[in-house]
Design a protein around this ligand. Structure first.
Ligand code: KG4
Ligand code: ZN
Length: 344
């Protein structure tokens, strides 16, 4: 099945053409083309995504992005079997640009429209480069700018949400702490680059809390950690002005986030006797998190699936893959809800 997918849930206007086969039991994907047009430069002066600007930019770019994606795939409209679109979660004005465009095209081309869940996209993004079957039960860890979730997966499409953030998402905490340190939006990549400059010879006495590390559940909370960083910089302004202290602070913040994520994931893997760990979302671009996941999979003796770097952030290839799973579950003709939201 050849699917053209559209993703406009946040600040990336994305389209992709993929081939999907294998059914819901062992899906296999081939990405023919995937284009992501980022709006980061436009939102940077505001320090975050500005929804009305995002809508304007998506509206301007959606058709050129779709045309370029089709051209790159070397297919024509008659070769496309279905159109997929992200219906949520995401910024509503941004989502609607994609949904309206997808509806128009599906009608014009006479093909079905498949609604896809953005978070299921991040989960299945691990299979876009790797043709392997996943042994279930599996634990899914989703770490993005808007979500931090632990999911028990008993198969593709069979998900139970067991933990989520009670306040800020992991990526959001990275972005906010980066802002405190005067780093540009989005702060995750900049903050992790800063943290990577730490050398072991300049060990600093600096400790931040590990929020909810020992709580008897799978929930997360990163807002207190962000506030701890803010207070520390008020009490010790040199944490912002002294370069080696800045590096130490960034490193300790990163250590705290990763330690909590890994510890809860470890407990979930053991409690649910999982065979596999899947990790998805923008924060998986983080080198130390990837390494920590690899170490965890080794000590637990389980299989690990991480998305290829190209597919950690928002993209439409993962949306096409999620749509294929939805299609295989018989969701082809479900109407898109008025608020566009289909939560996991
Ligand atoms: O999945 P994503 O692209 O968008 C959402 O669906 O939210 O995730 C974006 C988030 C941002 O908060 C960004 O700062 C974070 O992922 N991120 C990182 C890194 N690269 C991106 N966080 C930590 N380290 C990174 N290297
Ligand atoms: Zn995302």
């Amino acid at each position: 099945m050849r699917i053209l997918a559209i993703e406009t849930s946040c600040d990336e206007t994305a389209a992709a053409v993929i081939e999907a086969a294998g059914g819901a039991l062992s899906p296999v994907f081939t990405v023919h083309s995937s284009i992501v047009h980022s709006q980061i430069d436009i939102h940077r002066p505001y320090g975050g995504v500005y929804p009305t600007l995002a809508k304007r930019e998506h509206t301007q770019n959606i058709h050129p992005v779709i045309e370029a994606t089709l051209e790159k795939s070397k297919f024509q409209t008659k070769d496309i079997d279905a159109i997929a679109v992200t219906v949520g979660p995401g910024l509503e004005p941004a989502l609607w640009v994609g949904i309206n465009t997808a509806q128009e095209l599906a009608k014009k081309w006479g093909v079905p429209l498949i609604p896809a869940n953005h978070m299921e996209g991040h989960l299945v993004s691990v299979l876009l480069k790797e043709q392997a079957s996943v042994a279930f039960p599996a634990i899914g860890l989703l770490v993005s700018g808007g979500h931090t979730e632990l999911i028990v997966m008993n198969g593709w499409g069979q998900y139970e949400l067991i933990g989520r953030t009670r306040d800020d998402a992991a990526g959001e905490a990275f972005d906010k702490v980066a802002r405190t340190l005067g780093l540009p939006y989005p702060g995750g990549p900049a903050l992790s680059q800063l943290a990577a400059q730490r050398s072991h010879s300049t060990e600093q006495e600096l400790t931040l809390p590990r929020p909810m590390l020992h709580s008897n559940d799978y929930d997360f909370s990163f807002s207190g950690l962000k506030t701890a960083v803010l207070y520390a910089t008020w009490q010790h302004p040199e944490l912002i002005t002294d370069e080696s202290l800045r590096v130490a602070l960034a490193h300790e913040f990163e250590s705290s986030v990763i330690e909590v994520l890994i510890s809860k994931t470890k407990r979930a893997l053991e409690s649910y006797k999982a065979h596999t760990l899947l990790v998805g979302g923008g924060v998986v671009a983080n080198t130390r998190l990837r390494k920590a996941c690899e170490e965890l999979s080794q000590t637990e003796g389980i299989a690990l699936f991480l998305p290829h770097h190209e597919y950690t952030g928002d993209n439409a290839a993962m949306i096409a893959a999620a749509a294929y799973l939805a299609h295989e579950r018989g969701y082809e003709h479900i109407p898109i809800q008025a608020n566009g939201i289909l939560s996991l």
